[in-house]
Design a protein around this ligand. Structure first.
Ligand code: SAH
Ligand code: SF4
Ligand code: F3S
Length: 450
């Protein structure tokens, strides 16, 4: 295969798992001579790593493809070439439909085919028709998608440990786009974490669509849950902090809860979506838990780790959601007290049961409910951040900030913290005295200990 130096631009939409996957695509392309392009204009290959979770996310892809088509034409007029590829969850969900709607696209491939990117590219270059690859091959994608050095490393990195979902919530496309739940073997994850540590990574966020459903085998054939995996990873020298996301209330095991009490490297932050505070809605969402289950779980987690920062996801305007159901969601939020939360208007997704359910809620009503919910969440978030003023927090410094001399890091609770410090401290955990709160971040002072 042709290995002349070329440039690839990967544009990432959607969740953190796509961020991880995009980095792996860079790594898999590097041996073919591809380096990272600063913008799509200068790229020989543009990959859109797409998200199908809500209609808006999916539609963005087509407007982007319109722009790329023009770029491709201009490049061709100048005697150059640009390949356009669509990867990710829209690719998986829509497949052939993408090349029908956007004939400038050269390649379409789903999340289970990234390890085959070099072969797919070679096939595209050898022929003249677009390649569409949306099978779920049985081979181990991760084994062939090694972490390389194609991208500059930062202090904090993602590591996918689990992929796919078997839960089939009635609103969600993930079980269709990512396939069945799958856990990577423990040894493979440890090897990847060691590599990251050697590249200067100090904080790892373990990723999975249902990360706490993780159950991978270790070298002795023993099955480890996420709690066990966290214990293994926390022994790696250089790894100072561990996080994980996203968790499902049904999979929160005792050993994972206990890990929050006993493992100082496991950060006090838990993203645990409930989606709705109404049992009726939870049932028609097929969530498999009640509000009571969730609240008791939060209580158990807080008993283990009293200062844990809770985070969640909420959907408003799910089919059949009454005003009373919505009020129940507000009540759960008030009861739990979130440090941060993501909320969305229900978006009907093709092929999911809820999209055909009766009682679809008018857009204006969804808008109004979203605004009410978000106002409550923002008030909670601000209150949570304000509580930090006057405290001293350990901050892992990640990068330089916008102001001269400023560095930005993260508190244990995932809040960005701005402070003045010398850049050689990037990668270090310093004690920061918190003096201010911004809309979404903290500011503080750092006094070097002599
Ligand atoms: N596995 C995670 C969620 C992954 S999807 C869990 O079960 O909690 C991320 C978030 O997108 C979901 O938590 C949900 O709040 C939102 N979401 C998923 N499908 C949606 C849809 N059809 N409309 C609106 N929001 C949706
Ligand atoms: Fe989607 Fe539900 Fe699976 Fe989460 S648990 S990825 S919301 S189907
Ligand atoms: Fe989107 Fe796929 Fe992630 S649908 S949220 S990119 S798993």
């Amino acid at each position: 295969m042709d290995k002349r130096p070329r440039k690839v631009f990967v544009k990432t939409y959607g969740c953190q798992m796509n961020v991880y996957d995009s980095a792996r695509m860079h790594d898999v392309l590097e041996p073919l001579g591809y380096s990272e392009a600063a913008n799509p204009e200068e790229a020989d290959l543009v990959i859109l790593n797409t998200c199908h979770i809500r209609e808006k996310a999916a539609e963005k892809v087509y407007s982007e493809l319109g722009k790329l088509k023009r770029m491709k034409r201009i490049k061709a007029e100048q005697g150059g070439e640009m390949l356009i590829a669509v990867a990710g969850c829209v690719a998986q969900a829509e497949g052939e439909e993408i090349v029908r709607r956007a004939p400038a696209v050269d390649l379409v491939f789903g999340p289970q085919a990234y390890q085959r990117l070099p072969e797919l590219l070679a096939r595209r270059e050898a022929g003249s028709i677009p390649i569409v690859e949306t099978e779920f091959p049985a081979e181990d994608k991760f084994e062939k998608l090694n972490v390389g050095g194609a991208l500059k490393r930062s202090v904090a990195a993602f590591l996918t440990v689990q992929e796919g979902c078997d839960k089939f919530c009635t609103f969600c496309v993930v079980p269709y786009t990512r396939g069945a739940e799958f856990s990577r073997p423990v040894e493979q994850i440890i090897a990847e974490a060691r590599k990251l540590a050697a590249q200067g990574v100090r904080e790892i966020t373990l990723l999975g669509q249902n990360v706490n459903a993780y159950h991978g085998n270790d070298a002795n054939g023993r099955s480890l849950g996420l709690g066990g995996l966290v214990a293994e990873l926390s022994r790696i020298e250089g790894i100072e902090r561990l996080r994980y996301t996203t968790s499902h209330p049904r999979d929160m095991s005792e050993d994972l809860i206990a890990a929050h009490a006993i493992n100082p490297k496991l950060m006090p932050y838990l993203h645990l979506p409930i989606q709705s505070g109404s049992d009726t809605i939870l049932k028609s969402m097929n969530r498999g838990h009640t509000v009571e289950n969730y609240l008791r779980l939060v209580e158990r987690v807080r008993n283990a780790c009293p200062d844990i920062a809770m985070s969640g996801d909420f959907i408003v305007g799910f089919p059949g959601e009454t005003e009373a159901d919505f009020e129940s969601t507000l009540k759960v939020i008030a009861d739990v007290g979130y440090a941060s939360a993501y909320s969305f208007k229900y978006s009907p997704r093709p092929g999911t049961p809820a999209s055909e359910a009766p009682g679809q809620i008018p857009e204006a009503e969804k808008d109004a409910r979203l605004q009410t919910l978000q106002a409550l969440v923002i008030a909670q978030q601000t209150a949570f951040n304000r509580k930090m003023i006057g405290r001293t927090l350990p901050v892992l410094l990640e990068k330089t900030g916008r102001q001269p001399g400023q560095l930005v890091g993260r508190s244990p609770y995932l809040q960005p913290v701005h402070l003045l410090a010398e850049s050689h401290l990037i990668g270090k955990i310093v004690d920061a005295h918190i003096t201010g709160v911004g809309s979404n971040s903290l500011s503080g002072h750092y006094r070097p200990s002599v």
